[in-house]
Design a protein around this ligand. Structure first.
Ligand SMILES: N[C@@H](CCC(=O)N[C@@H](CS)C(=O)NCC(=O)O)C(=O)O
Length: 233
């Protein structure tokens, strides 16, 4: 059984996308990041960076003790290796997927995340920061759009963990100041993934646990999320 420590944000949706596509059994353990669940000692044992998602596989392939994994890219790779799905076995094809997976976790995710922060959450609207991250988000959309020219999916004909990592960060495109109509290949890819039955189920998992905390207004949630210093040991 996969225990998924989860909250419905783009990084959380990546993992429910995989789990719903692959059909392996899982149990959701909500980590309400607006209420501070990510700082609970039990969670920090699995995810020392106080970020979700994280998983515990109670039945790992090596037959050993339950295995905890944090970082969405590592989780996707682990689940793909465990199930033999959504990551090709051959060397060259496999590394195409891993390149784009790392591109997402090191580029699209952090840049779009800062776009959200300075555009939506920062109390002061700093135009230099907003422009910087909107421009960088646009550049990355352009890179992905170019990559998708003549390809169904990021790695080619098959849907892979690279697509599952990127899609949730394109979902909030309007809030990021992007118009999908300007990126025709990306829009075609987006519409396809949006229409998949497993995508609908993955996002329904989030809808079922999401509460109404609005972090643009909830001062406690803002302090928890945006006022963090170095952790005490
Ligand atoms: N690099 C991490 C990022 C995870 C991440 O930033 N998670 C956010 C929600 S999207 C979180 O848990 N935030 C809690 C906090 O900021 O304390 C990954 O890809 O898993």
């Amino acid at each position: 059984m996969i225990q998924l420590h989860y909250w419905p944000t783009p990084n959380g949706h990546k993992i429910t996308l995989f789990l719903e596509e692959s059909g392996i059994p899982y149990q959701v353990i909500p980590v309400n990041i607006g209420k501070g669940d990510q700082f609970k000692p039990e969670f920090l044992k699995i995810s020392p960076n106080n970020r979700m998602p994280a998983i515990v596989d109670t039945d790992p392939l090596d037959g050993g003790e339950p295995l905890g994994i944090f970082e969405s890219g590592a989780i996707l790779q682990y689940l793909a290796e465990k199930t033999g799905k959504f990551l090709p076995a051959t060397l060259r094809d496999r590394f195409v997927v891993l390149e784009w997976l790392f591109w997402q976790v090191g580029g699209l995710g952090p840049m779009a995340g800062q776009n959200h922060h300075f555009g939506r959450y920062a109390p002061d609207k700093i135009s230099y920061a907003i422009d910087r991250y909107v421009n960088e988000t646009r550049r990355l959309y352009g890179v992905l759009d170019h990559r998708l020219e003549g390809r169904h999916f990021i790695a080619g004909d098959d849907y892979t963990i690279a697509d599952m990592a990127a899609y949730p960060w394109i979902v909030p495109h309007q809030a990021q100041g992007m118009e999908l109509e300007q990126f025709s290949n990306l829009k075609r890819w987006f519409d396809h993934i949006h229409g998949r039955e497993a995508t609908r189920r993955a996002y329904a998992v989030g809808d079922s646990i999401k509460d109404q905390v609005d972090i643009t207004k909830d001062e406690e949630a803002r302090k928890l999320l945006f006022g963090q210093g170095a952790p005490k040991h």
